[in-house]
Design a protein around this ligand. Structure first.
Ligand code: GRG
Length: 284
């Protein structure tokens, strides 16, 4: 089994155990949470686990951190799909949460996943053994997920969907909307392991570049060859398909440079290189 499959299956089972209904009166909301949260590639959770592992943390201790980040990912997708946001009927190959459970339940399922994320970390063994690590992770995740991060990015993104945007504005949107959560996924993996600031800063650089490449490639995958119907806030619309490909590869190269720093300090960075190659393969 590849590390991707192994990590994904660990995250999937931990999420399934964490999101279970003990009391019948809220069965419905747990069903909606499970419907949306048990799926996806788990890239962010995998980044958390792998950075934690590289810096010496056992998977058992790191899992709640990965669960937290995947709960936030699931919440953001549920809310993003709502009619008042992107208004998408399909997500992860099936009807979106609000189509399957109604708008009110989808809103609440998203809220419940967001709040549970912080519960997952604060009630973990790691929080008992190393409270300072858990607090650092909660601070990081709540900051990057909130108004200075993902939520702020969503506000700008909604505005950008209505009018033409320049490259600088689009970069800021990506930084907040997409890169922020990917960066916090990596950083909380480092914090779970108690990695020092210098090492975490190389990981952070990798995450930033990975995040930009990820979003540009997502926009490339959404492009159907027609600029007229392409969304105004798409990287391909703003820069053209050729530059989008070039810039994605440039971010991947810079991410590889950050990995080289870690490798030179004796760390095994093969899995992180593999994840960058995975992004390149997605683009083709
Ligand atoms: C706070 C309402 C609210 C939204 C937050 C991040 C975000 C803003 C919305 C998510 C919508 C979106 C398409 C964001 C761009 C990042 C992105 C491409 C997410 C999809 O990530 P994948 O492909 O999804 O990793 P899976 O399903 O594999 O987890």
């Amino acid at each position: 089994m590849s590390f991707l499959e192994n990590d994904k299956s660990l995250i999937d089972s931990a999420m399934s155990i964490a999101l279970s209904a003990e009391y019948s009166y809220y069965d419905k909301i747990v069903e909606a949470m499970r419907y949306s949260a048990l799926g996806g590639k788990r890239l962010r959770g995998i980044l958390t686990l792998e950075f934690a592992k590289m810096f010496g943390c056992e998977f058992d201790e790191a899992i709640p951190y990965a669960v937290a980040v995947e709960c936030i990912q699931a919440y953001s997708l549920i809310h993003d799909d709502l009619p008042c946001m992107d208004d998408d009927d399909m997500r992860r190959g099936k009807p979106s949460c609000h189509i399957a459970f109604g708008e009110a339940n989808a809103l609440l399922a998203g809220d419940a996943l967001l709040t549970y994320a912080f519960c997952a970390i604060s009630e973990s063994e790691s929080a008992k053994n190393h409270p300072e690590r858990a607090i650092k992770a909660i601070k990081c995740l709540s900051g990057y997920a909130g108004f200075l991060g993902m939520v702020g990015g969503q506000v700008l993104d909604l505005e950008a969907a209505e009018k033409e945007v320049d490259g600088k504005t689009l970069e800021l949107i990506h930084k907040l909307k997409t890169v922020a959560l990917i960066k916090s996924s990596v950083l909380i993996g480092c914090y779970a392991a108690g990695a020092d600031e210098k090492l975490s800063s190389f990981a952070e650089k990798y995450a930033e570049e990975f995040g930009f490449a990820f979003q540009i490639i997502d926009d490339i995958l959404d492009f159907d060859g027609n600029y007229d119907t392409c969304e105004l806030n798409s990287y391909v619309k703003v820069h053209g398909i050729e530059k989008a490909r070039e810039d994605a590869l440039a971010h991947i190269n810079t991410a590889n440079t950050a990995l080289a720093e870690l490798k030179s300090k004796g760390f095994d960075t093969d899995n992180f290189k593999y994840l960058l190659d995975f992004l390149i393969k997605r683009m083709k």
